[in-house]
Write a protein that binds this ligand. Structure first.
Ligand code: FCB
Length: 468
């Protein structure tokens, strides 16, 4: 292998979210969100009983964290505003919460790091969840007024906006697979929620365009959506039924969002198949015009693992839900055992080429990628650093090499954000799997400490060269 070089204008940064980093769950007038609600009801569901309350203490340390990003050669980071912090329970702007984010943005500017702002990262205010969440149009409307408030308040400060992170995750985790609060196994509800989120996205993009035309949002600002796309594969010599499983996996998880953000509509083959199975979306007159507003300026692609599927043995599950695919266990799969996710760097290239072919005008960037390993027993070097080089460096290097190849072959990939960079709280896994190039020491008041891999990251971010 030879050295590989990424384009000069390719950017490197960090991906974060408000609910996984800020902590201060009750400060600055913050309301309870869904994670606080679940933590309050059952702390035992969270690894080592670490609930949503502390994040990784970034709420108190953001200036330090932005300096660390800068020192590592990173020019941007993406985090999210917490809806439950920016808005009060009457749906009005919470001034204390807004001021917190103004200070955070100012600290980033001072450190020379641009903040990309995402509006939603699985963190609905609890009182809106109790009213039906994304299954209720009034909550969709509440999100749009929150988005408007954010655009209005930060419209002159922020250049890169995103409506949602991974909009497929809540439908699946909360409503279909029953893994996350409220633990439903209701395929039809999951699709209604997916539809509600799609409308919310499109309405927010519409509001953004309107406020930009009015001068409230700066003229150079852009808006996008971020999703965890999973390049779909099946076994060798597939049957037509295996290919059908691929079509629906790809349709619900990938094409649904890609069509929404490039065409302003949803894939009709997917909707037709849903209808054939008695799953109907709560479509109202005028919805087509709403979805048409959903076309974005660019897209974020979170990549962790592929989807390997085959025809399901049973087409209805124990809860009466339709089943379109089941997992195909590829014998050659390399697994990250801490997380249970397959490591398949080529997937980033395959999906990049699919986008290049099927959505040729769409600009995008890798908005998350990373490896989370249980590191609390990991070797420390003589200077006290966690020695993670053996697994973190090849993981990132391999993904970057495939990205470089995709760019050479025409992919419109503009940059790479590594998930976390600094260890943070991962939902119900809490701090079990560590993603960072920078350790957060929970035994030492969240102290930040560079891991052995940090030097490698700095070198790549500065030189754009991935050495052999
Ligand atoms: C992604 C989420 C992110 C983080 C990583 C590890 O699916 O977007 O919040 O938890 O996984």
């Amino acid at each position: 292998m030879a050295n590989v070089r990424l384009p000069d204008d390719f950017f490197f940064g960090a991906a974060l979210s408000g609910p996984q980093t800020e902590g201060m769950w009750k400060a600055y007038g913050k309301l309870e969100n869904l994670w606080d609600l679940w933590s309050g009801e059952n702390l035992g569901a969270f690894y080592n009983r670490v609930g949503s309350y502390g994040g990784n203490d970034m709420g108190a340390r953001y200036a330090e964290d932005f300096r660390i990003f800068h020192e590592l050669g990173l020019s941007s980071c993406r985090t999210s505003i917490q809806w439950s912090r920016l808005m009060d329970a009457d749906g009005h702007l919470n001034r204390e919460g807004a001021d917190f984010y103004h200070k955070l943005l100012a600290a980033a500017r001072e450190a020379g790091v641009e903040v990309f702002v995402n509006l939603y990262h699985f963190d609905m205010p609890a009182y809106l969840f109790r009213r039906g969440g994304w299954d209720n149009r009034e909550v969709v409307e509440a999100y749009v007024s929150y988005a408007r408030a954010a655009f209005t308040e930060f419209g002159q400060e922020v250049e890169h906006w995103f409506t949602f992170n991974e909009p497929i995750v809540e439908p699946e985790q909360r409503y279909e697979h029953g893994n996350w609060y409220p633990f439903h196994h209701d395929f039809a509800q999951a699709r209604r929620v997916q539809y509600g989120i799609s409308l919310a996205h499109a309405l927010a993009v519409g509001a953004f365009r309107e406020l930009q035309a009015a001068g409230t949002v700066r003229p150079d600002a852009k808006i996008g959506l971020i999703n965890c796309f999973t390049p779909p594969y099946t076994r060798e010599n597939p049957t037509p039924a295996d290919l059908e499983a691929v079509r629906m996996t790809d349709g619900l998880g990938n094409r649904w969002w890609l069509d929404l953000v490039t065409k302003g509509s949803l894939p009709t083959d997917v909707l037709d198949t849903l209808a054939e199975h008695g799953v109907h979306l709560p479509v109202r007159a005028g919805d087509d015009a709403i979805l048409a507003q959903g076309v974005v300026d660019w897209l974020g692609f979170n990549y962790y693992h592929p989807a390997r599927v085959q025809a399901p043995k049973q087409t209805v599950d124990e809860w009466g839900n339709p089943v379109f695919s089941e997992e195909y266990v590829w014998p050659d799969a390399v697994m990250n055992k801490s997380r249970g996710w397959e490591i398949y760097p080529q997937g980033i290239y395959d999906f990049a080429m699919t986008m290049t072919h099927d959505y040729p005008d769409l600009d995008w960037f890798v908005s998350e990628n990373g490896i989370g390993i249980e590191e609390h027993h990991a070797a420390r070097t003589a200077d006290g650093r966690i020695d993670d080089v053996a697994y973190r460096v090849p993981f990132v290097a391999d993904h970057l090499r495939w990205i470089a190849r995709a760019i050479d072959e025409g992919a419109r990939c503009k940059g790479y954000h590594y998930w976390g960079v600094i260890d943070c709280w991962s939902w119900n896994n809490a701090f079990k799997n560590r993603y960072g190039f920078v350790e957060v020491d929970l035994q030492d008041n969240y102290c930040r400490r560079l891991k052995a891999s940090a030097e490698w990251l700095r070198n790549v971010a500065v030189t754009h060269v991935i050495e052999d």
